[in-house]
Each structure stands twice: as C-alpha cells, then as structure tokens.
Design a binder for this molecule. Structure first.
Ligand code: SF4
Length: 324
C-alpha cells in the first residue's frame, strides 16, 4: 500500500516559478509514488487577514495552476481546505493537546507579530495547529517541504506525539520529504521569490512578460562591466539556468568566469529556456481556463473524496477523546 503524501498551498493567486520549482514539480512527481492529497489552504490565508475580496479568485487561479502543472485528479485528491469543514473541528480538538508556550516560541509567529502588531489574532498563534490538523486529518505520512518549513513540520510532529501519548496511538508522525530545489531566490537576487515582494515570474505569464521580468533580474553584483570576470555561484540567473537550461551549465560557468558572455545575453537565454520549459504548462492552463465547469467539478469531486477520509479520522479522534 502506498504511503499518504500531503501538502497545502496558500491561495495567494497565480503561482510563480518559485512555487513551481519548490513545490509544484515535486507534487507532480510524487503522484505515482504516493497516495497524494493536495489542498489550497484558504483558511490559512485568513490568519493575516489579507485582502479577502480577492480570496475566491486567488483560490481558483492557484487551483488552475496546480492542474496545469500536471496534478492529475485521477491520481491525487486535490481540493480546497474550507470545502471540508471537518478541518475546523479537528483544529479545535488538537488545540486542546497543544501547549500555548509551544506556539508562542514559533519564529514565524514572532516575526509576523512584530511586522503586524495591530493584527496579532488568535488564529495567527494557532496557525501551526491548523497546519498539523491539515496533515493528520488526511493521515498524511510524507510532507514535501523546503528547508525553511522544517521547524513547522517538527512542531506538527510534536503535537502528534503529545496527542498520541495522551489519547492513545492515533496518528503517525509525518515525515519531511525535502524538495530538490529547496529555496528559489527572487529576481532581486536576495529574498525568497515571493509575490508580495514583486520579485517573481508568474507561471502563467506570457512569453513576452517572462522575458521582460528576466531581463530585469539582478545578476552577480561584482560584475560592473562586460569585461569583468563573473562569479556564477553568486548569481541567481545562473541558479535558474541550472534548472531550466542544465545542458549548458558547465560551458556557461566557464564563459562567465572568463567574461566570454555578457549578462544581457545570459538573461535572454534564461528567458528562452523558461518559456520553452513552461510552454506545455501554459497551453494546458489556457485550455483549462476555457473550461471552468470542468475545473469546478474537479474541485467538488476532490472535496467529496477528501471528506470521506476526514470523517473517518474525526470519528476516531472523537472516540479516543471520549466525545463519542
Ligand atoms: Fe550571472 Fe550569466 Fe552574468 Fe554570469 S553571465 S554573472 S551567470 S547573468
């Protein structure tokens, strides 16, 4: 029997190539090896009270991108978190098994509380419990994560251990499956690629938009003139070419160090490679977007399949906790 893989994607709208390299590609690859459950975690988006006017369209766009990336609803369950309301009940029940001190020490909570002191809500503190509930509601055993998410998964494992110790063996501790491309740096060359920082390239961007964005990317900061030798390992364009253009990478490294290639030509080659790699995905997305009834049906079917698993888990949890 295949192990259950689980992961959630925050609905921040259209996905970007950082989401794709860091998560989406891994999700697609995992479909054959694991029994996968993927969800768009819309409740998580509420913890920071983001612009909820756009929430529905953001959910839809992210869902479309995952399908276009190659998630096959015949192989994996794909759905929207809030469409299976059992998550709210498990979140409450797991909260009872989670010491507040564990949540207050989470670095991302401290950081968010510092950045948005006017909005330190109860949901934000409980975010890791909701994340743990997501995984265990669907009995997730393997969770694809980047290195930066490992502390969150460790906390989910601690919550599971505590619950099992207190109420009896119920959940398996989820294991991390590290992505091959742990962190994708944005076009600014410093921070993680992120829509909110504007240093991203949307998966669904046109070839022209992609080229324009790539041409604006920061390269090796020490290379001021075309004749200056470059330092490819310090250049984010090089990292992206390693992924999108691997057969050229040895030659590029040498050409860059010897100043035989300029950054403009190098970026143009990267844009071409990205456009070529993403062309099938973008074509699939256009055809899916033209068929919203199909996409809505996949969403509905996914929620129904997920709910079957969720109800079983919840019955077991309530029984262990003496509620039924
Ligand atoms: Fe980066 Fe390419 Fe310029 Fe070298 S030539 S510094 S790899 S953009």
């Amino acid at each position: 029997m295949k192990k259950r893989g689980f992961s959630g994607v925050r609905p921040t709208g259209r996905l970007h190539i950082g989401n794709y390299l860091g998560a989406g590609k891994n999700y697609v690859a995992m479909q054959d090896e694991y029994d996968c459950v993927y969800c768009i975690v819309d409740l998580h988006a509420l913890t920071t009270l983001a612009d909820t006017d756009k929430l529905q369209s953001n959910i839809y766009e992210a869902f479309l991108d995952l399908l276009a990336a190659g998630i096959d609803p015949q192989k994996a369950v794909i759905f929207v978190q809030s469409h299976v309301p059992e998550i709210n009940e498990l979140f409450t029940l797991l909260s009872m098994a989670t010491p507040l001190s564990w949540l207050l020490r989470v670095p991302t909570f401290k950081e968010k509380a510092r950045m948005h002191p006017q909005n330190v809500n109860y949901g934000l503190v409980g975010y890791p419990v909701l994340m743990a509930a997501d995984i265990v509601l669907y009995k997730g055993e393997v969770v694809p994560v980047g290195e930066d998410q490992l502390p969150h998964l460790e906390l989910a494992r601690e919550i599971v251990r505590r619950f099992n110790e207190h109420f009896g063996e119920t959940f398996r501790e989820p294991q991390a499956k590290l992505t091959n491309f742990p962190m994708v740096v944005g076009l600014d060359g410093k921070d993680k690629m992120s829509k909110s920082l504007g240093n991203h390239i949307e998966l669904a961007a046109t070839a022209e938009e992609t080229t324009k964005r790539v041409m604006s990317a920061v390269t090796d900061p020490t290379r001021k003139l075309r004749s200056d030798p470059g330092h490819p390992k310090a250049c984010n364009v090089f990292k992206l070419r390693e992924h999108f253009d691997p057969e050229c990478i040895t030659q590029l490294e040498e050409d860059c160090r010897m100043a035989r290639i300029g950054c403009v030509d190098c970026k143009r080659a990267l844009a071409e490679a990205i456009n070529c790699d993403l062309a099938p995905l973008r074509a699939r997305r256009i055809s899916l977007a033209a068929n919203p009834e199909y996409v809505r049906q996949v969403m509905l079917d996914g929620a129904m399949k997920a709910q079957v698993i969720a109800r079983q888990t919840l019955d077991e949890v309530k029984s262990k906790m003496g509620l039924i």
